[in-house]
Write a protein that binds this ligand. Structure first.
Ligand code: C2O
Ligand code: CU
Ligand code: CU
Length: 611
């Protein structure tokens, strides 16, 4: 056990001993103990006289927070405090609260919940209903076959009425421009790295797409060095046929720095359209809204904090933000017509999950999961999306003019011990302002799933775990942290693979497989739920979950990745390589990059380029 943990365990014991014979909950302290992510806070209730600070004692080996459920009118939690493993912190904002009862949770493990009672007289700050003051931004759309994206520093207006935020972007905005192309239409994307040289090399990964290894946005080869450019080619075809239409995103994937590079802005959406879907009459044009949801924290000067400087080692590494943004704005609103819309929801956060829900219980008809359309629509009340997961939904904003409805994230409804919770927070507001012709209801059948002869026996098992590393703990795949010079399996072109994904660690992971049109075969030994029963590229694995996936391996040889899409986990070892070869060949792992000397993330931390 960490020595600091021992010290804090002593603190904890003292805090739990009723002082001066007073029974009941400890005054002035919230305590998290060992196993807190599963067991919850040790002291779940604190009673505070108004005006006094609240102490948060964290005796666990994971970082935790005490974060208010109630928000101010700008969407900030009324109070929040983080404590790294074995430390104590003061929860900011508690001393300003109005008398009353407040619920709180851990923003890293939202299933940890508790209550704060503030006793006193009048005055102080209480919860406000959120104000939606910024019109929703729709990123500019690029539709050409040759696209150039400058990776550049830009001042982005993120917080309403505050100074612009300096970000590191694709194309000068966050999200970057939305790329929108027909399936099967060859597309090149040239990335010109004009970021400050100290930011270092970047890469662009088109998540969920099928393309060559060199075009995959590799973590440490084929990088775009400062001052240089690189062109990525996406045929948007699979085995000579157009790929299925997808709602996806592109983002930086640089080794050890993916979390940092995405946090500071290197991400944007990518949509492909299939004319073969026209007969479904899903809402189009102004009625088709891509929504990228991500959390970030800002300092008093409206600049992004840099959580990567102080980040702790696994397993306590979790980058979350105090503000949740939609298309790069805090609490935006969108005027809508009283009719059906297609909403494409993307969670591009580093760590947080959201359980999407409408404040009036309005149903969402899920037609796709971002990888493809489903075979049939599924009507859902809430949709849980972890990092990199998407949902393609049709929502009917039918209602009286002047009515508004809030898209929010609610606490996860099916949490299990150790399973990640979802942030409870308002996201954006839809205001019904006009009438328009209704689009037809979603048809009962969407896209059939092409047949695939899935092998009866698994061809590979990937186990996600937590292991011992060079300097403490590390995330692992099959017991080993990521090493760009190691490939864990070689598979032949033309084969069909059946892979087993296993989570043996005590926390949830969201596993992403590159390269192929993967499909879900089973979840925990049963048929997957209908929204997972087709193509998919990212899977939630709660502790103990076992998911089987399959794909035919086509077109491209070379190294590809499997990793957790919680970006701190990815950067801290939870990534591995599989190599595709022509039948009968042996794999070769080449490294082309100028970063060749940097092989360990720990080394990389030490030599880290700062922003
Ligand atoms: Cu969205 Cu390997 O990434
Ligand atoms: Cu926690
Ligand atoms: Cu993970």
């Amino acid at each position: 056990m960490h020595p600091r943990v021992l010290v804090v365990l002593a603190l904890l014991a003292a805090a739990l001993t009723p002082a001066r014979g007073v029974a009941g909950p400890p005054v002035g302290a919230i305590i998290a103990g060992p196993g807190g992510a599963t067991l919850g806070y040790v002291s779940k209730v604190a009673v505070e006289p108004q005006g006094s600070p609240l102490t948060f004692v964290n005796a666990d080996q994971l970082a935790h927070t005490v974060t208010a459920v109630d928000r101010d009118q700008d969407g900030r939690p009324l109070f929040s405090g983080n404590a790294l493993p074995g430390t104590t912190s003061v929860v900011a904002g508690v001393d300003k609260l109005r008398a009353g009862t407040y619920s709180f949770f851990c923003s890293f493990h939202p299933n940890m919940t508790g209550t704060l009672v503030v006793q006193g007289g009048s005055g102080g700050v209480g919860a406000s209903t959120p104000r939606f003051t910024t019109p929703l931004r729709i990123p500019r759309t690029l539709t050409g076959s040759h696209i150039t994206l400058k990776a550049e520093q830009a001042d982005v207006q993120v917080l309403p009425g505050r100074p612009a935020t300096t970000m590191y972007t694709f194309g000068g905005s966050w999200p970057g421009p939305t790329i929108r192309r027909p399936v099967g239409a060859r597309t090149t994307v040239t990335v010109v790295n004009q970021l400050p040289p100290a930011f270092g090399a970047v890469s662009l990964h088109l998540h969920g797409d099928h393309h060559s290894s060199a075009d995959d946005g590799r973590p440490d080869d084929h990088l775009v060095a400062p001052g240089k450019a690189r062109t990525y080619t996406f045929a948007l075809k699979d085995a000579g046929k157009p790929e299925r239409a997808a709602f996806s995103f592109y983002h930086d994937h640089r080794m050890d720095e993916t979390g940092r590079n995405n946090w500071f802005g290197l991400q944007g959406m990518f949509i492909t359209d299939d004319p073969a879907e026209a007969h479904l009459h899903l809402p189009t044009g102004a009625y088709d809204l891509p929504l990228m949801v991500a959390d970030r924290s800002f300092d008093d000067a409206a600049q992004l904090t840099d959580p990567f400087l102080a980040q702790s080692a696994p397993p306590g590494d979790a980058t979350t933000g105090t503000r949740t943004l939609v298309n790069g704005s805090v609490l935006p609103y969108a005027p809508v017509a009283a009719r059906r819309y297609r909403l494409r929801l993307l969670n591009s956060s580093s760590f947080s999950s959201y359980d999407f829900h409408f404040s009036d219980g309005r149903p969402m008809v899920q037609v796709g999961n971002g990888s493809a359309l489903l075979t049939a629509p599924v009507t859902r009340n809430d949709i849980l999306l972890g990092p990199a997961e998407r949902a393609d939904v049709v929502v009917d904003f039918a209602g009286p003019l002047g009515k508004s409805v809030i898209l929010e994230s609610i606490a996860r409804t099916d949490t299990r011990p150790g399973g990640i919770g979802a942030q409870a927070t308002p996201l954006m507001q839809f205001r019904i302002t006009k009438r328009a012709a209704q689009s037809p209801p979603v048809p009962a059948a969407l896209m059939p799933l092409p047949a695939l002869a899935v092998p009866v026996l698994p061809t590979m098992t990937w186990t996600l775990g937590l292991g011992a590393g060079a300097s403490g703990t590390t995330w692992t795949v099959n017991g080993k942290p990521y090493d760009d010079m190691r490939s864990d399996t070689t598979i032949e072109l033309g084969t069909v693979q059946r892979w087993v994904l296993v989570n043996s660690s005590p926390l949830t992971h969201f596993v992403h497989l590159h390269e192929e049109a993967w499909r879900t075969v089973s979840r925990d030994g049963r048929a997957p739920p209908p929204w997972e029963a087709g193509f998919q590229d990212t899977w939630r694995l709660d502790p103990g979950d076992v998911v089987e996936v399959a794909a035919r391996i086509t077109d491209f040889t070379g190294p590809f990745l499997i990793h957790c899409h919680m970006l701190d986990h990815e950067d801290h070892g939870m990534m591995a390589t599989f190599t595709v070869v022509k039948p009968g060949q042996k794999p070769l792992l080449h490294r082309h990059s100028s970063l060749a000397a940097i092989t360990s993330r720990y080394l990389c931390r030490v030599t880290k380029e700062t922003v």
